[in-house]
Design a protein around this ligand. Structure first.
Ligand SMILES: N[C@@H](CCC(=O)N[C@@H](CS)C(=O)NCC(=O)O)C(=O)O
Length: 200
């Protein structure tokens, strides 16, 4: 059985929950207390030396990092090949959006944590600016295509960017300036087997 070490409020974990849902894969959720720093405990760092969520255990095969887990699940379980197509140019474009999700769009996650957890705001505007730069890249890609990599079907590149773009307003970044991103958020939510998350 697949086990997902998970925190319900984590957008990174939500990427994996969504992918498991889209692929119809049965799994057990193992809640890990992020606020208490349970990932720093030895039992967890033995599984994931990066001490981060999400972490996936597929019958003893352990994969960490949400982007890497999306690649693993798509390569291993998506018989259609549509979630991570293997023609070189599409694969390259999908990789670009996995990286965007891990970098600029992830800045929206840190802005969200700052606002929701009432943390010191000294880096908030820097994080918001970086997040907006990521949203501008998404807006541009989505102005000519339904899905970020220009495919006819969503890919793991869409999933990697979706949760923190979709929750940008929780970090005080308005989405009204990004109409194509807003329409894409609606398209993702309307997909069959979409998994919802509070606040998204
Ligand atoms: N690049 C990683 C980032 C993972 C990450 O930052 N996870 C957060 C929860 S959303 C975490 O575990 N943070 C704990 C820490 O870094 O100490 C991924 O995409 O999985």
């Amino acid at each position: 059985m697949i086990k997902l070490y998970d925190s319900s409020l984590s957008g990174n974990c939500h990427k994996v929950r969504m992918m498991l849902g889209f692929l119809g894969l049965a799994h057990d959720i193992v809640p890990v207390d992020w606020a208490k720093g349970e990932m720093k405990e030895a039992w967890f760092t033995d599984i994931n030396p990066r001490a981060q969520l999400p972490t996936l255990d597929d019958n003893g095969v352990v994969v960490w990092d949400s982007q890497a887990i999306l690649v693993y699940l798509a390569r291993h379980y998506d018989e259609s090949g549509l979630w991570f197509p293997d023609d070189p140019m599409t694969m390259t474009k999908v990789m670009q959006f996995l990286m965007l999700g891990n970098e600029e769009i992830a800045a929206l996650a840190w802005a969200r944590v700052t606002v929701l957890m009432k943390q010191p705001r000294d880096r908030l505007s820097e994080l918001q600016s970086k997040g907006k730069a990521g949203l501008a890249v998404l807006e541009s890609a989505l102005s000519t295509a339904d899905w970020v990599a220009g495919t006819d079907h969503p890919t793991i590149g869409d999933i990697a960017c979706f949760p923190y773009a979709g929750m940008a307003e929780q970090g005080d970044v308005a989405l009204s300036a990004y109409p194509h991103v807003q329409a894409w958020i609606g398209r993702i939510k309307a997909l069959p087997n979409y998994t919802a998350m509070p606040g998204l």
